[in-house]
Design a protein around this ligand. Structure first.
Ligand SMILES: *[C@@H]1O[C@H](CO)[C@@H](O)[C@H](O)[C@H]1NC(C)=O
Ligand SMILES: *[C@@H]1O[C@H](CO)[C@@H](O)[C@H](O)[C@H]1NC(C)=O
Ligand SMILES: *[C@@H]1O[C@H](CO)[C@@H](O)[C@H](O)[C@H]1NC(C)=O
Ligand SMILES: *[C@@H]1O[C@H](CO)[C@@H](O)[C@H](O)[C@H]1NC(C)=O
Ligand SMILES: *[C@@H]1O[C@H](CO)[C@@H](O)[C@H](O)[C@H]1NC(C)=O
Length: 946
C-alpha cells in the first residue's frame, strides 16, 4: 500500500475515478434520467396526436371528393352522386379520376393592363397606342424573328386563324382545336381541372381581327355535368423584330418587376425561326415561366407552353401545304389517378418549435448539475484531494456529451419509429452531424454559463427561462425573419450567432425539406442540398462548429481564472522559481525592518524566528511552513477592511499535530482556507512539503487531505462510494483500495449495520462528520487539515475519532481547529491560541498551562460568617493570592504555584477544620479552558484598546 500511495495518481487514474463516481451518481438519479429521456418521446407522441387530429379534420367531407344530390332520372327524387363533377374545386383534388377530363390546350395571355404598348422606352412604333388600355382592347402580342424575314412573316401569318369560331356542339373540342385559345388565369398544380375553365375570367380567343359579336359561351362536358365557359375575342398581333437580341432587350425592359413607374410590356410568346426554310423548321420559342399561382407555389404547368409550340408547327405546315392542312392539337389531359387525401404534415410545420425545446431542454440539466458541484463546493473538494483540471474537464465533458448523445439518439429513434417525416425523410448522416455539433456547443456553453452561477436554484431558473425564451423567440421572431425573403442574409447570419437561433435554423431547414419531400413524394435533405443557396444548413453548421471551439476555449479559460483565483492574465505571468532560499531573503529584510505595533508574545516571536531560520535553510523536515501569512478582506459598503489573519508564522514537522484554538471569528477558518487554496493570502507565503501554495497548489493537492468545517458530500452517494472515489484519486487501486476503504470505514465506525452503503443524505450530522474525517485521511496524505472535526459528535464517536486521528498523526502533519479544549489536549502536540487574526501563544498543552495557568485554584465553602477567616488562611499560605469568586460562603482563590506547597495547603485546611466547619474544599490545577479564556480575554482587551 505504501508504495502505491507515494506516487501521485496519473491523469487516467483520476479520470477513471471521476468517471466511476459520475456513473454511480447517475445510477442514483435513474428516475430523473428516465423522465428526461422519455420527454422527447412524450413530445413526439403529442405531435402524432395533433397530426391525427389534423388528419381527421382534413378527412372531413368538405375536404373529400364531393357528392351532391341530383335528380338524374327526372322522377323528382334526387340521387346522391359523387365524383369530380359533383365536387367543388377544393374537393375535386381528392377525387379518384379514372378518366381524366380533356381540356383544350391554352396559351398564357398577359393581363390586359400589362400587354405591350408603345412607350417612351421602346423605339418600336408598331406596338399599339397606350390608349387601348382605357378601352380594354389591347392586343396580345407575339414577336417574330429569323434569318429570312419573308419566310418568318409568311409562316407566322398562319398562326392565328382568321375564320370565325364555328362550334359544332356535338364535338366541341375538335371544332375549337384550330382556334388559338388562351387564358389570363394562372395554372394550378395539377391539370385535372384546368382553373381557366372554372373562372369568371373568360377564355381568350386570339384572332388578328375581332368580329363585333366576339363574345359567346361554350359548354364543356365534365363527366355528366356541363360547364358554361365564356369565350371572348382578343386581338392578336405578330410583329417582326430584326434579331433575337432585340427581342430579349424588349422583353427585359417590359419586365413587371423593377419597372414600377414605367410601363410594363408583356407578350404572349416570341419565335425565332433561325435558319428555317421550306425544308427545315428550326425555331426557338420564348415563354414566360414565372407565371404561377403563388398560393400553391407551383411552377408553371407546362401545358400552357404546348399550345405555343403547336402554333408554330401548324403554321409551318399550312405555309408548306396550304390552309387546309392542319395538325390539330385537340386537348391535354392528366394521367388517371386514384382517390387521394389532403395531406398536411403538421409535425413539419410545428416541428422546429417543438423540437427546439426538446434539444435545448438538456441545457439546464447540464448547467444545474455543473452548478450543483460548484455550489456544494464539491469541485474544490475533489480538487483538494488531487483531482486535476485536465481529468475533470475531460471526464465531465465526455460525460455530459454522452448523456446528450443518448438523449438525442432516443429523440431521433422515437421520432423515426413513430414515423415522423421530419426524421425519416432527411438524411440521417446530416441529422447526426448537425445534432452532434450542436450538443457539443451546448455542453461547452453550459460549462461557460456555469462559471457565472454559484447557486443551483438561480441557475435552474435562468436555464429554463433560456429554454422557453429561445423556443418562443425562435418560433415567432426568428422564424418570421427567415420567411421574409427581403430580410438581408447577413442579418439572418448575425442572428444565428445566438446558438438557439442556429439550432432553430437547422431544425427549420430539416422541416422545410421534409415538408416539401412529403408533399411532393421526394426525399428530404441530402448532402448535395447543402450547396443549395437557399439552404442555411451549411452556414449553421459552420457557425455552430466555430462557436463550439471558441466557447470551449473561453469556458476553460474562465474556469481557470475562477477556480484557481488567478488573475485573468495568468498565463502571461512567468512561473516563479522554487522558493525556499531565493524568495525569503528579500521579504525577510522587509519584515525585519517593520516595526511590530503589536507586542508579541515571546513564544509566538520564537516561532516566527524559527520559521525565518527554516526558510533560509532548505529544510526537508518540515511539512508546513507559513510565514507572515495575512488575509485582509477589503472594506465593503463603507465597512472598514477586515483583518482575518494578521501575519501568522508557523512551522510544523512531519508527525506533528497542531491544534488551533480560538473563539468564533478569530480567523481560523480563513487560515485553513488559505492553506487549502480556497482563498488567496493577501500577503505572506506558505510552503507545504516545500511547495509554494501560491504556485504549486496542484502538486500540494496530491498529498493533502481536508476535512472541511461543513461536510462536502454528494447526497446520493454512499459513504463507501465517497471513500472509493477519493481513494482512487489518491492512487489506491485494487485490493489495497478496498482494504483502505474498509479500514477507514471501520475506524470511523461507519462500517457496521450497513451504514457504509447508505446514501449520505440519510446520514446524521455526526455520521457525515465522521465520513468527512475518513475522507481526509484516506490515501495516506502527508498533510491534513481538519476544521472542527468533532463538532456534533456524541462522546463515543468522538473518542473513536480521536483514536483515528492519533493513529493517523504518526507520519503526517495535521492542523486541527477546535473549540474543545479536551480534544486539543488529547490530540495535539502543540497548540496555538488564535485570537483576532493572530496567534497569542504557541506551545505544547503542558507548557501553556504552566505558563498561563501557573497557579492553583483553591475553593472553599463555609458558612458566610467564616468568610474572613478563610481569606486570612489563604493570605497566610500565599500573600499574592487573589480572590476570583465569592458567593454566600463559597470562595475561589488563585494561588501562584511557586509560593505554595500542596502539603502546606492540606495542613492549613486541617487546622481550619478544627476552628470552623468547612462544608467543602478543593484544590485544582488550571485547565486548558482557563488558559484559553485568559488568553482570549487578554488579547481581545488588548485589541480593543488599540
Ligand atoms: C426567304 O424565304 C422566301 C420564302 O420562302 C424565299 O423565297 C427566299 O428565297 C428566301 N431567301 C433566302 C435568302 O433564302
Ligand atoms: C358536327 O360533328 C359531328 C361529329 O363529328 C358531325 O357528324 C357533324 O357533321 C358535324 N356538324 C357540322 C355542322 O359540321
Ligand atoms: C391561385 O389559386 C387560388 C386558389 O388555389 C385562387 O383563389 C387564386 O385566384 C389563384 N390566383 C391566380 C393569380 O390565379
Ligand atoms: C412574366 O410573368 C411574371 C409574373 O406573371 C411577370 O411579373 C413578368 O413581368 C413577366 N415577364 C415578362 C418578360 O413578361
Ligand atoms: C438551328 O439553329 C441553331 C441556331 O442558329 C443552329 O445552331 C442549328 O444548327 C440549327 N439546326 C439545324 C438542324 O439547322
Amino acid at each position: 500500500m505504501a508504495d502505491s500511495t507515494n506516487a501521485p495518481s496519473s491523469f487516467w487514474t483520476q479520470a477513471n475515478a471521476l468517471l466511476r463516481k459520475n456513473l454511480t451518481f447517475q445510477k442514483r438519479s435513474m428516475i430523473t434520467n428516465i423522465q428526461l429521456v422519455l420527454s422527447p418521446l412524450f413530445l413526439c407522441l403529442l405531435l402524432v396526436l395533433i397530426q391525427n387530429l389534423v388528419d381527421n379534420e382534413l378527412d372531413k367531407p368538405s375536404n373529400r371528393c364531393g357528392c351532391t344530390c341530383v335528380d338524374t332520372d327526372g322522377n323528382g327524387q334526387c340521387e346522391t352522386k359523387c365524383g369530380i363533377e359533383y365536387s367543388t374545386l377544393d374537393q375535386g383534388f381528392s377525387c379518384p379520376i379514372p378518366h381524366p377530363p380533356e381540356w383544350p390546350p391554352l396559351l398564357q395571355i398577359p393581363e390586359e393592363q400589362f400587354r405591350a404598348v408603345r412607350t417612351d422606352f421602346t423605339s418600336y412604333q408598331d406596338l399599339p397606342n397606350v390608349s387601348c388600355k382605357r378601352t380594354g382592347s389591347c392586343p396580345a402580342t407575339v414577336l417574330i424573328t429569323g434569318n429570312n424575314q419573308t419566310f418568318a412573316q409568311s409562316v407566322s401569318a398562319n398562326m392565328f386563324s382568321t375564320t370565325p369560331l364555328n362550334i359544332n356542339f356535338s364535338d366541341i373540342l375538335y371544332s375549337i382545336a384550330d382556334a388559338a385559345l388562351g387564358s389570363r388565369r394562372n395554372t394550378e398544380n395539377t391539370n385535372f381541372l384546368d382553373a381557366a375553365f372554372f373562372s369568371i375570367t373568360p377564355i381568350d380567343f386570339l384572332q388578328p381581327q375581332c368580329a363585333s359579336n366576339s363574345q359567346f359561351t361554350i359548354p364543356f362536358q365534365l363527366g355528366s355535368a356541363t360547364i358554361q365557359q365564356d369565350v371572348h375575342c382578343v386581338q392578336s398581333l405578330h410583329l417582326w423584330r430584326n434579331s433575337s437580341s432585340e427581342i430579349n432587350d424588349e422583353l427585359y425592359k417590359g419586365y413587371r418587376k423593377g419597372n414600377p413607374e414605367r410601363q410594363i410590356n408583356e407578350i404572349v410568346a416570341a419565335y425565332d425561326f433561325l435558319n428555317s426554310n421550306e425544308n427545315l423548321l428550326n425555331v426557338t420559342i420564348w415563354y414566360n415561366s414565372t407565371y404561377k399561382n403563388d398560393t400553391v407555389s407551383q411552377p408553371l404547368a407546362l401545358t400552357r407552353v404546348a399550345r405555343s409550340v403547336n402554333l408554330a408547327s401548324n403554321a409551318y405546315l399550312q405555309f408548306l401545304l396550304g390552309p387546309a392542312t392542319k395538325v390539330l392539337f385537340e386537348f391535354v389531359k392528366e394521367m388517371p389517378k386514384p382517390e387521394t387525401k389532403l395531406k398536411l404534415d403538421f409535425a413539419n410545420l410545428l416541428g422546429p418549435i417543438f423540437f427546439i425545446w426538446v434539444v435545448v431542454q438538456l441545457f439546464p440539466v447540464i448547467l444545474t448539475s455543473l452548478v450543483y458541484e460548484k455550489q456544494l463546493r464539491l469541485r474544490i473538494m475533489m480538487k483538494m484531494h488531487g483531482l486535476g483540471d485536465g481529468p475533470y474537464w475531460m471526464i465531465s465533458y465526455a460525460y455530459f456529451l454522452a448523456i446528450s448523445s443518448i438523449y438525442m439518439i432516443c429523440f431521433v429513434v422515437f421520432g423515426s419509429s413513430i414515423g415522423l417525416k421530419f426524421f425519416t425523410l432527411n438524411d440521417y448522416s446530416i441529422q447526426f452531424v448537425f445534432y452532434f455539433l450542436y450538443i457539443n456547443l451546448q455542453v461547452s456553453l453550459a460549462f461557460l454559463v456555469a462559471d457565472l452561477f454559484s447557486n443551483m436554484k438561480t441557475a435552474t431558473v435562468v436555464g429554463y427561462m433560456m429554454v422557453f425564451g429561445t423556443g418562443f423567440l425562435g418560433g415567432y421572431l426568428f422564424h418570421y425573419f427567415l420567411e421574409d425573403s427581403s430580410f438581408p442574409k447577413a442579418g439572418i447570419i448575425a442572428m444565428e450567432l445566438y446558438p438557439g437561433f442556429a439550432l432553430y435554423r437547422g431544425l427549420y431547414e430539416f422541416a422545410q425539406y421534409s415538408f416539401a419531400g412529403n408533399s411532393m413524394g421526394t426525399d428530404g435533405m441530402r448532402w448535395k442540398d447543402l450547396s443549395d443557396g437557399k439552404n442555411g444548413m451549411r452556414e449553421v453548421m459552420i457557425i455552430i462548429a466555430l462557436e463550439w471551439l471558441i466557447v470551449l476555449g473561453v469556458a476553460y479559460y474562465v474556469d481557470q481564472v475562477v477556480s484557481s483565483g488567478r488573475g485573468p492574465l495568468f498565463f502571461l505571468r512567468r512561473h516563479k522559481k522554487n522558493i525556499s532560499s531565493s524568495f525569503c531573503k528579500s521579504s525577510l529584510r522587509r519584515q525585519r525592518s517593520k516595526v511590530f505595533v503589536q507586542i508579541e508574545k515571546q513564544d509566538v516571536e520564537q516561532e516566527r524566528e524559527r520559521v525565518e531560520e527554516l526558510l533560509l535553510e532548505s529544510s526537508k523536515t518540515h511539512a508546513i511552513i507559513c510565514h507572515n501569512l495575512k488575509k485582509i478582506y477589503p472594506g465593503k459598503d463603507g465597512n472598514p477592511e477586515k483583518f482575518a489573519v494578521r501575519g501568522l508564522s508557523l512551522a510544523l514537522s512531519q508527525g506533528e499535530c497542531f491544534g488551533m484554538l480560538g473563539p468564533n471569528g478569530a480567523g481560523k477558518t480563513s487560515f485553513i482556507n488559505m492553506m487549502i487554496g480556497l482563498i488567496k493570502p493577501t500577503s505572506g507565503s506558505a510552503y507545504v512539503q516545500e511547495q509554494d501554495i501560491l504556485i504549486n497548489m496542484n502538486r500540494i493537492y496530491t498529498t493533502m487531505g481536508v476535512c472541511p468545517q461543513h461536510d462536502l458530500l454528494w447526497e446520493t452517494l454512499t459513504g463507501r462510494e465517497h471513500l472509493l472515489f477519493y481513494g482512487r484519486l489518491k492512487n489506491l487501486k485494487g485490493d489495497s483500495l478496498l482494504h483502505a476503504v474498509e479500514e477507514s470505514l471501520k475506524s470511523v465506525n461507519l462500517f457496521h449495520g450497513g451504514v457504509a452503503d447508505k446514501q449520505a443524505r440519510k446520514y446524521s450530522g455526526g455520521m457525515k462528520r465522521r465520513l468527512s474525517v475518513a475522507i481526509s485521511l484516506i490515501g495516506d496524505p502527508k498533510v491534513v487539515y481538519m476544521d472542527e472535526p468533532s463538532t456534533g459528535l456524541d462522546p463515543a464517536s468522538r473518542n473513536m475519532l480521536w483514536n483515528v486521528v492519533k493513529r493517523a498523526k504518526q507520519n503526517r502533519a495535521i492542523i486541527l481547529t477546535t473549540h474543545s479544549m479536551e480534544e486539543a489536549e488529547h490530540l495535539c502536540d502543540r497548540l496555538g491560541i488564535f485570537v483576532d487574526g493572530s496567534l497569542q501563544c504557541v506551545g505544547n498543552p503542558k507548557e501553556l498551562k504552566a505558563r498561563y495557568g501557573g497557579s492553583y485554584v483553591f475553593t472553599m465553602t463555609t458558612s458566610p460568617d467564616h468568610e474572613q477567616e478563610v481569606e486570612n488562611l489563604v493570605r497566610n499560605l500565599s500573600p499574592n493570592a487573589s480572590k476570583i469568586y465569592q458567593i454566600s460562603g463559597t470562595q475561589k482563590f488563585e494561588l501562584p504555584k511557586q509560593e505554595i506547597r500542596i502539603a502546606d495547603v492540606f495542613e492549613a485546611v486541617d487546622k481550619a477544620k478544627s476552628r470552623f466547619t468547612v462544608q467543602a474544599w478543593g484544590l485544582a490545577d488550571t485547565t486548558l479552558e482557563d488558559v484559553f479564556i485568559k488568553v482570549a480575554r487578554g488579547a481581545q482587551t488588548f485589541n480593543t484598546l488599540l
